[in-house]
Design a protein around this ligand. Structure first.
Ligand SMILES: [Zn+2]
Length: 317
């Protein structure tokens, strides 16, 4: 039996029909009407209906969104990039499509995809960190997704790594999101290129050739082994390892799964992350060191995880 998954982001919406083994068998994508909640409900409901008309009736429907989902999994309490404040998303979409839908946070959904079918499928306890525009997180302990007392556990991007550090959109300062997201790394690259530091020379060249310095140019500098840019990646991994060491103190996971756009840097990011984590661990040298692996699903993780969580919720009813 197929399950549908929808992943609502700030710029695009992905939807897919997903098999019991986590294969996406049909897919739809649309631009995200991020600032208009009514249009969002329309767009998502239409995508669900189109997929059902393509693949036939489905057993369950899961919708993942970039926001705080309440413990009852009915409302989006807060979504900084989507203009939702206590939005009863579950009810509104369920009414439109004539079938109950399940709501989940997008990072939790992506983490569940990795836990069930991807990089963490052989583990029972994992922490996933999604390094994209921001830093998302998901925690699985003893085979269960950790949701916390109010449904909002796993907002790992807001662990403080720098006292009085960079301002964060959450209202605090020094959050890991401001040091180890794709956005943060690009910002550091632009700062280096703007400086007169000789380490920024290659970034300056790439910027004048392309007319801009975006993630693409930064990625190119890394793949050319530009020492200045690699140093920025290593600094980001130090900060990230510091947050991960704190997570180890609390959660003791077997594995960290690293996803999101920055994970495309592969071993350039993961290798310093592993050595820094081993150094920064509490009681380093006297405890097992969690593995650090790259996520296996890229764009489809949210769709696969939302569909699977919905399937599992449905089977428990
Ligand atoms: Zn924050």
């Amino acid at each position: 039996v197929l399950s549908l998954g929808v992943d609502i982001g700030g710029t695009k919406i992905l939807a897919g029909a997903v098999s019991e083994s986590g294969q996406v068998v049909a897919e739809r994508r649309a631009a995200s009407p991020a600032q208009n909640p009514d249009q969002m409900v329309d767009t998502v409901s239409n995508m669900i209906q189109q997929l059902i008309s393509e693949v036939g009736p489905v057993g369950s429907i899961g919708v993942a969104a970039a926001g705080f989902v309440n413990l009852e999994r009915s409302n989006i309490l807060y979504a900084p990039n989507l203009n939702w404040r206590n939005e009863p998303l579950q009810l509104r979409i369920s009414e439109r499509v004539g079938q109950e839908v399940f709501i989940e946070n997008d990072a939790n959904a992506a983490g569940w995809a990795e836990f069930r079918f991807g990089a963490a499928r052989n583990f029972q306890s994992m922490v996933m960190l999604t390094l994209g525009t921001g830093v998302g997180g998901a925690i699985v302990d003893g085979g269960r997704l950790m949701r916390g007392g109010f449904g909002i556990a796993g907002e790992l991007g807001h662990i403080t790594v720098m006292r009085d550090g960079r301002d964060c959109g959450c209202g605090r300062k020094g959050c890991i999101e401001q040091y180890a997201s794709g956005t943060a790394l690009l910002r550091s690259a632009i700062e280096l290129a703007d400086s007169s530091d000789p380490k920024g020379e290659r970034l300056r060249e790439l910027r004048s050739a392309a007319g801009e310095l975006s993630g693409h140019q930064a990625y190119q500098a890394v793949s050319e082994n530009d020492p200045g840019t690699i140093e920025l990646v290593e600094q980001a991994s130090k900060h990230l390892a510091s947050a991960m060491a704190s997570l180890v103190a609390v959660l003791d996971p077997e594995v960290f799964v690293i996803g999101g756009g920055l994970s495309e840097l592969g071993e350039t990011l993961l290798s310093p992350l592993r050595s820094e984590l081993a150094k920064q661990l509490p009681a380093a040298g006297f405890r097992p060191v969690a593995q650090v692996v790259r996520a296996e699903f890229s764009n489809q993780a949210g769709v696969i995880g939302a569909a699977e969580l919905a399937r599992e919720s449905e089977s428990k009813l």
